[in-house]
Design a protein around this ligand. Sequence first.
Ligand SMILES: Nc1ncnc2c1ncn2[C@@H]1O[C@H](COP(=O)(O)OP(=O)(O)OP(=O)(O)O)[C@@H](O)[C@H]1O
Length: 222
Amino acid sequence: MTTPVIECNRLSVELGGVMVLDGVTLSVCKGDYLGLVGPNGGGKTTLLRVILGLEKSSGGSVSVFGALPGSFPERIGYVPQRLFFDREFPISVRELVLMGRLSKKKLFQHFNRIDREKADAALGVAGLERLADRRIGTLSGGELQRTLIARALAGEPELLLLDEPTASVDPQMKTTIYDLLDNQKKKLTIVLVSHDIGGIKDHVSGIATLNTTLYAPRDICL
Ligand SMILES: Nc1ncnc2c1ncn2[C@@H]1O[C@H](COP(=O)(O)OP(=O)(O)OP(=O)(O)O)[C@@H](O)[C@H]1O
């Protein structure tokens, strides 16, 4: 039997004295495309942050690629819910996507030709060639989301974690983003946080619910 890519067993997380996740059991295997849904404040982002090793668990266990979270950052691509940046900051779409190669570099190592080729390939996958030289502060919400996905893909991850990439984008851009992910799902394991159950149900291989009484009380278990 192969080791699951992500395995949580009765995972609990306490933040600021509040139990945000309590007894979460979840197994994500290689090639899965998991939709993770739940109410606002249900702990979806927190779960992604635990998987990334950015937040500590307070009970239970969690392993990623069979090791402690944070052990293999170069194998994970992350598309955050928001990107906080100065809209005047003079960085282009191509340069932001190139940042996705940082996890593959050693300290102070420069980007090389291969990094630039991988970044350009990711730009192509996300349909961003036309916008490559645009400053990121001038992008629409949907264009910025696709740039963040391209940045994550530039690092050639095995596991892609996305936190509500289709929030506040129009229906056409949602379709573009779902199609983009569909084209990647044969190569990657994907966890997609979303409120759009209707939109994701035809794309994902499974849906897990978090902290909702509508689907399953306080537990997710595939
Ligand atoms: N550092 C922190 N300290 C205290 N509480 C926190 C911290 N980070 C998050 N929380 C709380 O934990 C709960 C879960 O937050 P989280 O962002 O994981 O939810 P979410 O399901 O992603 O929500 P949304 O759908 O609104 O994005 C929220 O009540 C939030 O206020």
